[in-house]
Write a protein that binds this ligand. Structure first.
Ligand SMILES: [Mg+2]
Length: 175
């Protein structure tokens, strides 16, 4: 089932990047909105800037991949000193993401995908065969109307996940 994340954590700050690096992962593509920052935040927090710096110092390349439009993604990319970005990515479709990975010379075998939504981020990253990590939505109140519709779909999907993988399903439910 393509909706099942490999790992479920509360936030970016709970991911063990040192171990992932030791396991051979070298590239990270991350969703922006409600994964790294809420919609309310126009610029990244110092905490986030420091975290991305730390991740890059480990040796990772870090990219933003968002369905949002360019301006916001570009601002965050610059301020986080990220290695690049893909805006209007059309997740969970993989066409644009595949082109992007190819352009950036990213090896999917060494790729981690981080996001807060099962039906866009996790499905998209799994379709790429990336190592998918689900984080808790930072601020549910700021979600867009279409995200709220996706959330209703998630309730059904989580039930299906629980049938296939009770441990991951239960973790998602508790987020
Ligand atoms: Mg998001």
């Amino acid at each position: 089932m393509k909706y099942i994340p490999k790992v479920v954590v509360n936030s970016l700050y709970d991911i063990d990047f040192t171990t992932l690096y030791e396991e051979g992962f070298r590239f990270i593509i991350s969703d922006l909105d409600n994964t790294l920052a809420s919609y309310k935040e126009e610029v990244p927090s110092f905490e986030l800037i420091n975290k991305i710096k730390e991740i890059k110092e480990l040796g990772f390349k870090f990219y933003l991949v968002s369905n949002n439009k360019s301006q916001r993604i570009e601002t965050f990319t610059n301020m986080l000193n990220a290695d690049g970005f893909l805006a209007k990515a059309e997740k969970p479709r993989t066409f644009k993401m595949e082109k992007f990975l190819e352009h950036e010379n990213i090896d999917v075998c060494k790729l981690i995908g981080i996001g807060d939504q099962l039906v866009t981020d996790i499905l998209g990253f799994n379709r790429l065969n990336a190592y998918s990590i689900l984080v808790k939505t930072i601020d549910k109140k700021t979600q867009k109307w279409y995200t709220k519709i996706n959330r209703l779909r998630e309730i059904i999907i989580i039930k299906r996940i629980k049938k296939e993988n009770l441990e991951i399903g239960s973790k998602i439910e508790k987020l």
